[in-house]
Design a protein around this ligand. Structure first.
Ligand SMILES: *Cc1c(COP(=O)(O)O)cnc(C)c1O
Length: 453
């Protein structure tokens, strides 16, 4: 078939990448080191060993360009990878666009998002080391679901601290975690010292991702059989997600096309990194390709934050990382794309943004839901509200190209489906979704509390 006939571009199982791509090998400026939260000295691997598997620590600091994917993980990837790349023909027609728009669909994973790509290797490398139990936090529940499933595959226990407000708002995500055999409790809880402290101050607190991280880290530090796991932000998570972009490259070759623009939504940065980083070598070699990260206007880490050392959590347990941040005690408003409500950003995405190899744009909730609705009505898939941020910008880029009278090839990552986000869609459909204004005063306040390095 010619490229203009194909709608679903699929690769056979044996094209699942055999290596993860590590962008650290190609960055013009290497990352500055993580710092110990108390001493502010550069981290050593032994600082991280109480909570992370050794292999993951090696990946975190590796500058090897390609890191082999163990056979056991490739076997499990086979259930849903390679994921399809779709040509968005109905959407193109609705926009009367002269662009070719494609989307990589990560919602085909059994948990409905890209998160399983990293949950599987993270649990595997812990199992190899004899760890019996993994603690983690989850916001809206996607990461907790992926971790619970990966733990079941490899015979480990999963202990998931879920932000309290989501625990009660999204009960079905908890059901799935429990169905997979994971234990999921609302955070803050009375099981940890950090949870008890927060509850003593405010028994009615809705919780936050940064509080849940403190609880999960404390859980792992205080038990020998337990390690901690994080679903985004860290270098090894971006590494694992690189299979997305590597597959996209092969799929674009199949239709003899190449992207002018790659777009991904950006919370902690892992799905954007996954689709974009494998194109960095091409860009460095002079290819004219734009890599665009999309964030919510209510939590505009890249576009309004500062590039500085900061903590990943509220309590200051995590290492200090140089990243774009809104301040570790910035509390983003309760927007519906829960997965994008994080004060910080992957240090890798941050560095590349700082070096102008990638771009960022912030979009508001209502136009984002509007794009999601057009997408559902044309391409039939109900997108996750997070993924809808990428759709918004793909549509905007197509409209801009039409105005300029040019045709471009636009590729975006559809990081997950929205079947468990119907609560949020109901709010939008009944006109209750607000475009919260981002407050400069609040940002100034939270930036005042950045650690002095
Ligand atoms: C978690 C999540 C995100 C945001 O996380 P990143 O690490 O920035 O990718 C985006 N989309 C979906 C569907 C998610 O589950």
């Amino acid at each position: 078939m010619s490229r203009d006939e194909l709608t679903k571009i699929i690769l056979p199982e044996d094209k699942i990448p055999k290596f993860w791509y590590n962008v650290q090998a190609d960055m013009p400026h290497p990352l500055e080191p993580g710092l110990h939260p108390q001493t502010h000295q550069p981290l050593t691997p032994s600082d991280l060993e109480p909570i992370f598997a050794r292999e993951l620590i090696l990946q975190e600091v590796s500058s090897e360009r390609f890191i082999e994917i163990p056979r056991e993980i490739r076997e499990l990837y086979k259930q849903y990878r390679p994921s399809p790349l779709f040509r968005a023909r109905q959407l193109e027609a609705a926009l009367q666009s002269n662009c070719r728009i494609y989307y990589k669909y990560e919602g085909v994973s059994p948990v409905g998002s890209h998160k399983l790509n990293s949950a599987l290797p993270q649990v595997y490398f812990n199992k190899v080391q004899g760890i019996k139990r993994i603690s983690t936090e989850t916001g809206a529940g996607q990461w907790g679901t992926a971790l619970a499933l990966a733990c079941k595959h490899f015979g480990l226990e999963a202990m998931i601290y879920m932000v309290k407000v989501s625990f009660y708002q999204k009960p079905y995500r908890r059901s799935i975690m429990e169905l997979y055999g994971g234990r999921c409790i609302p955070s803050p809880s009375n099981l940890t010292e950090s949870g008890r402290q927060v509850l003593a101050r405010d028994p009615e607190t809705p919780g936050s991702l940064a509080i849940a991280i403190s609880e999960a880290v404390e859980d792992a530090v205080t038990r020998d059989d337990t390690n901690y796991s994080l679903g985004s932000v860290l270098n090894h998570v971006c590494l694992h997600q690189s299979i997305i972009g590597q597959e996209v490259k092969m799929q674009m070759e199949l239709v003899d096309d190449y992207p002018d623009i790659i777009i991904g939504c950006c919370g902690g940065g892992s799905n954007f990194a996954g689709i974009a980083f494998p194109f960095i070598p091409d860009k460095l070699a002079g290819k004219n390709i734009r890599l665009v990260a999309v964030e919510p206007a209510a939590c505009p880490t890249l576009t309004q934050g500062v590039y500085a050392y900061d903590y990943g959590d509220v309590a200051g347990f995590t290492p200090l990382m140089k990243m774009y941040t809104l301040g570790h005690d910035f509390i983003p408003s309760g927007i519906h794309a829960g997965g994008l409500r994080y004060h910080g950003e992957s240090p890798l995405v941050s560095r590349l943004y700082h070096d102008k190899l990638i771009e960022a744009v912030a979009v508001k909730q209502n136009p984002t839901f509007e794009a999601a609705m057009l997408f559902a009505q044309t391409e039939s898939i109900v997108p996750a509200p997070e993924s809808a941020h990428a759709i918004r910008v793909a549509i905007d880029e197509a409209l801009k190209a039409k105005e300029e009278g040019v045709s471009r090839t636009i590729v975006f990552n559809l990081s997950g489906h929205g079947h468990l986000d119907l609560f949020s869609y109901d709010k939008y459909l009944s006109g209750e979704t607000e475009d919260v204004e981002f407050s400069d005063a609040e940002l100034k306040e939270s930036l005042r509390n950045l650690p002095q390095i």
